[in-house]
Design a protein around this ligand. Structure first.
Ligand code: ZN
Length: 411
């Protein structure tokens, strides 16, 4: 039944907007070629090993003893030290369980201990991805314009879904964009993510986003901001993909702002209206700088007019004038990435004996917004820790005995 229903939603390839038959053919041909070659692995016989560290804890590549599948196991230690950290982790897990999108990492399972007395850390199982965009950018692997287009398309596709669910990621950077050997990309790490604050009078923390990817309004102390902070980060990553180097790489937040204004020019008074008083007077007091966005053409030979045209709409000082995810996806530069992705990489379209059957909605939004009302009711660590509480949104799995052989449980 599901197959019949799904097929009725699909349509022919020529429905791709702005595509001629010739460009379609070209992109499909390119789509059949593998373009990221990970180091040769013997994944099936690899021992369990750590693949990532951070403030959040540690991620291991392990074999799930229940079905022999290689998965990523994330250990979040000491999550019950205080109410603030408990709530943050609880929110992240709830989001991981909420997500249902090909370009957003989601939880496959959560492991829970047999007794609440042993509940000191949380283990989350997610799909295992081979690498991330940071490792690809700094590798000697050639990055063609097809790579750039299909990566950017998937970043925006995943982000459109998150923003439609009312979620700001607040730490979009190459290291948080996981990539598998087929170049499928997934946004990960929701440790700083939160629901959009609609009340402009409510103070939001400025301690978000890794500095190189931090939007000017955050650098200038805006107490309220929106999903456009994520789009700024995407613009920085887009430029980094084109130039193979970090676009704004400064030592301090003040220098970061200097680098931004070197490229964008001195902002107008109106464009700094959300900035705090000190930052605003600092920037307007400085000698006037002219806009030098034309320098973006020198990033690489892939910085075509179309690419720079889109990039210039992402790297806009005023967040209200910055392009949205949904609008960026309608830019002609995205057409080839969309075609490549849906021709051979996605799971939403299907190849049948009659040819590729395309889904109607290439960039779906979330069916509902993410509701964070649950946070108001959490008033104690014990309550967050309550296994019943976790169970209410996800069917947790008790640690199987066989999992105990995995070293991550001992560290
Ligand atoms: Zn598709």
């Amino acid at each position: 039944m599901a197959v019949v229903g799904a097929r009725s939603n699909r349509h022919n390839i020529m429905a791709f907007p702005g595509m001629t038959a010739a460009t379609s053919q070209q992109a499909i041909l390119a789509a059949t070629q593998t373009f990221y070659h990970p180091p040769i692995t013997t994944q099936d016989i690899q021992p369990d090993r750590p693949i990532g560290y951070g403030a959040f804890g540690v991620v291991w590549s392990v074999t799930d003893p229940r079905d022999g599948r290689r998965v990523a196991l994330k250990k979040m230690p000491n999550v019950f030290q205080n109410l603030v950290s408990s709530k943050r982790v609880y929110r992240e897990i709830k989001m991981l369980c909420f997500f249902k999108h090909e370009n957003v990492l989601s939880a496959l399972d959560i492991l829970q201990p047999h007794s609440i007395d042993f509940f000191q850390e949380i283990y989350v199982i997610t799909e295992l991805m081979q690498t991330d965009l940071h490792k690809i950018i700094v590798s000697p692997q050639p990055l063609t314009s097809d790579h750039v287009k299909v990566f950017l398309y998937q970043i925006l596709r995943g982000l459109k879904y998150l923003h439609s669910a009312n979620i700001l990621h607040r730490d979009i950077k190459p290291g948080n964009l996981l990539v598998n050997s087929n170049c499928v990309l997934k946004i990960c790490d929701f440790g700083l993510a939160r629901v959009q604050e609609l009340d402009e009078n409510k103070h939001m923390t400025q301690e978000v986003v890794t500095q190189y990817y931090r939007a000017p309004e955050l650098l200038m102390g805006a107490s309220h901001y929106s999903s456009s902070v994520d789009i700024w980060s995407v613009g920085c990553i887009f430029a980094e993909l084109l130039g193979r180097r970090i676009l704004f790489q400064a030592q301090t937040p003040i220098q970061q702002l200097e680098l931004i204004t070197d490229l964008l020019g001195t902002p107008s008074e109106e464009d700094t209206k959300t900035a705090c008083h000190g930052a605003r007077s600092h920037i307007l007091r400085r000698p006037h700088k002219a806009n030098s966005m034309a320098a973006l053409y020198t990033l690489s030979s892939q910085a075509t007019h179309e690419a720079v045209h889109l990039l210039c709409q992402m790297l806009v000082f005023n967040p209200d004038k910055r392009i949205s995810c949904a609008d960026a996806l309608t830019h002609p530069y995205m057409d080839e990435g969309r075609l490549r992705y849906h021709s051979c990489m996605c799971r939403c379209c299907q190849t049948t004996p009659a040819g590729r059957q395309y889904i109607t909605d290439f960039e779906p939004i979330a069916p509902q917004v993410f509701d964070d009302c649950f946070e108001k009711d959490l008033t104690s660590v014990h309550q967050v820790k309550g296994i019943e509480n976790l169970k209410c949104f996800y069917e947790c799995t008790l640690y199987p005995e066989s999992f105990k052989s995995i070293n991550i449980f001992q560290i």
